[in-house]
Design a protein around this ligand. Structure first.
Ligand SMILES: *[C@@H]1O[C@H](CO)[C@@H](O)[C@H](O)[C@H]1NC(C)=O
Ligand SMILES: *[C@@H]1O[C@H](CO)[C@@H](O)[C@H](O)[C@H]1NC(C)=O
Ligand SMILES: *[C@@H]1O[C@H](CO)[C@@H](O)[C@H](O)[C@H]1NC(C)=O
Ligand SMILES: *[C@@H]1O[C@H](CO)[C@@H](O)[C@H](O)[C@H]1NC(C)=O
Ligand SMILES: CC(=O)N[C@H]1CO[C@H](CO)[C@@H](O)[C@@H]1O
Length: 438
């Protein structure tokens, strides 16, 4: 991704033998994983060129199925705990009682493994009150102090802001202002200037297009954010899903070759760097899950070749259920809207559900196609008529290679517990050139 600023120091002409630390096996960027609190994030710039951020989100609500012991700590430089939430009181960062118990254990486990322990504030359901929290200088100071209190209380190495989204509605009942993006920048500056905040790792999870301005269109200059944030994590997933008009790739690497340009890793990097955000501060968000669709056999399979049609129509009224972690229907969300079936399959869920074998390849009786444009796979069960757009080792390897070629900061996988036997994690790491397979 971003072409600006990235200095490739191309000394590696000879492929060195793989080593057993988190360093590059082969490519010219010579990535080494940025680890532990040794990260020097002073002045909001990414740490030395050539270091790679290998990160993931740890979803606290899955902690009984995917425990802290299940995290492959040695393969990550940062792990992000999801989520603390915004609250109606700017002085209070929302943490459930279960979080106040788990978060200290998380921080201890991360730091024992020399991994940065980051807390994410916000998320799809936790972004309701960002807008008022950053609306005035007084609130920005109060919110920054509340964040610093949490940092100190839990000995965090960093904070990730997952505001979905400044000046743009997310779940449906977030408070919004047309000044959200500029207020957010002012807030981040206030936060960075707090005592003890200079060495915090600060990042923001963002859309595939830059923050929007008062007119609702992406800002043409977001370089100010790059001075106060170490990184952004571009959430390049949920690009197509049950809300779309046809089936499409959940997490496309490229979309310039697609029939519809809905966004992709490459388009996101182009958009953010075009607005002045350096490539080496961009972390590519990648997905260890996919979206399912009900697709009639006649629409799913093209001709006699048996290969799957790309972008087929699907039946919205028949949303398949995903795996056991999927959201189910019933009740209402915090905005009063009915909860619906999500249709999400984690990578392990595709194995559990019979789409994939235990080694992550398509199972017998399952149709598989790899879309050469999005560089992502699709599987189809002709018996149940369920098609899933997801990521596998092949697509994760391609994304890793792209991260390296484009000089991005690294990757962040939603979510740690979605993988199976590190098939995806190992694939993206090897695509980047990190050798951790000792
Ligand atoms: C971090 O970077 C700053 C600015 O480049 C430098 O002055 C400082 O010595 C560095 N700190 C460490 C611990 O490397
Ligand atoms: C500042 O924060 C308080 C909540 O603590 C909120 O009631 C108030 O509306 C905020 N100010 C603005 C201008 O949004
Ligand atoms: C593992 O994957 C290979 C293809 O790479 C496949 O031929 C083989 O059957 C799979 N083995 C298992 C046990 O699923
Ligand atoms: C995708 O590319 C590969 C390698 O170039 C090729 O073998 C395959 O047939 C292509 N698939 C499609 C669906 O175009
Ligand atoms: C807070 C801080 O130290 N900011 C500095 C970051 O680096 C730029 C460019 O070198 C300086 O102009 C800032 O003052």
């Amino acid at each position: 991704m971003f072409l600006a600023f990235y200095l490739l120091i191309c000394f590696t002409l000879v492929r060195a033998a793989p080593t057993c630390s988190l360093v590059a096996a082969s490519n010219s960027v010579q990535p080494s994983v940025v680890s532990g609190s040794s990260t020097n994030s002073t002045n909001g710039t990414a740490s030395g060129s050539g270091s790679i951020v290998a990160s993931t989100w740890y979803a606290a609500w899955h902690s009984s199925q995917f425990t802290l012991e299940d995290v492959s700590w040695s393969k990550y430089s940062s792990v992000i705990y999801a989520f603390a939430t915004t609250t109606p009181d700017v002085n209070t960062i929302g943490l459930q009682p279960s979080d106040t118990e788990l978060l200290p254990q998380f921080v201890q486990a991360a730091q024992q493994n020399n991994v940065n322990a980051i807390l994410s504030i916000g998320g799809w359901t936790g972004s309701q009150y960002f807008s008022p929290a950053v609306a005035t200088a007084a609130n920005r100071t109060a919110f920054a102090q509340a964040v610093m209190a949490v940092v100190k209380q839990y000995s965090l190495d960093g904070i990730e802001f997952d505001w979905e989204y400044p000046s743009k509605q997310g779940i449906g009942c977030n408070m919004l202002s047309s000044s959200d993006s500029s207020n957010f920048l002012s807030f981040l500056q206030t936060l960075r200037s707090q005592d003890g905040a200079q060495n915090l790792v600060l990042s923001a999870a963002v859309s595939v297009t830059p923050f929007v301005g008062p007119d609702g269109t992406p800002l043409s200059d977001v370089s100010g954010f790059a001075s106060v944030l170490d990184y952004i994590e571009v959430m390049n997933y949920d690009i197509w899903g049950s809300w779309s008009n046809t089936v499409g790739p959940n997490a496309p690497l490229d979309d310039s070759c697609a029939p519809t340009q809905a966004g992709s890793a490459m388009s996101a990097v182009k958009a953010w760097t075009g607005a002045g955000f350096p490539a080496n501060q961009i972390i590519l968000g990648v997905a260890s899950y996919g979206h399912s669709f009900d697709v009639a056999s006649s629409a799913a399979v093209s001709g006699s070749s048996g290969s799957l049609t790309l972008y087929p129509a699907f039946d919205k009224s028949q949303q398949p259920a995903g795996d056991s972690w999927d959201g189910t229907a019933g009740g209402v969300d915090q905005c009063g809207n009915p909860n619906v079936v999500g249709g999400v399959f984690d990578f392990w869920g595709l194995i559990d559900g019979g789409f994939l074998t235990s080694n992550g390849t398509a199972a017998n009786g399952i149709d598989y196609t790899f879309d050469n444009c999005s560089q992502t796979p699709f599987v189809y069960n002709p018996t149940t008529q369920v098609m899933v757009s997801y990521d596998d080792a092949t697509s994760f390897t391609a994304k890793g290679q792209y991260i390296s070629q484009a000089g991005l900061a690294g990757f962040a996988m939603w979510e740690a517990g979605g993988d199976s036997q590190d098939i995806l994690l190992d694939a993206i790491s090897s695509g980047i050139g990190i050798d951790d397979d000792c």
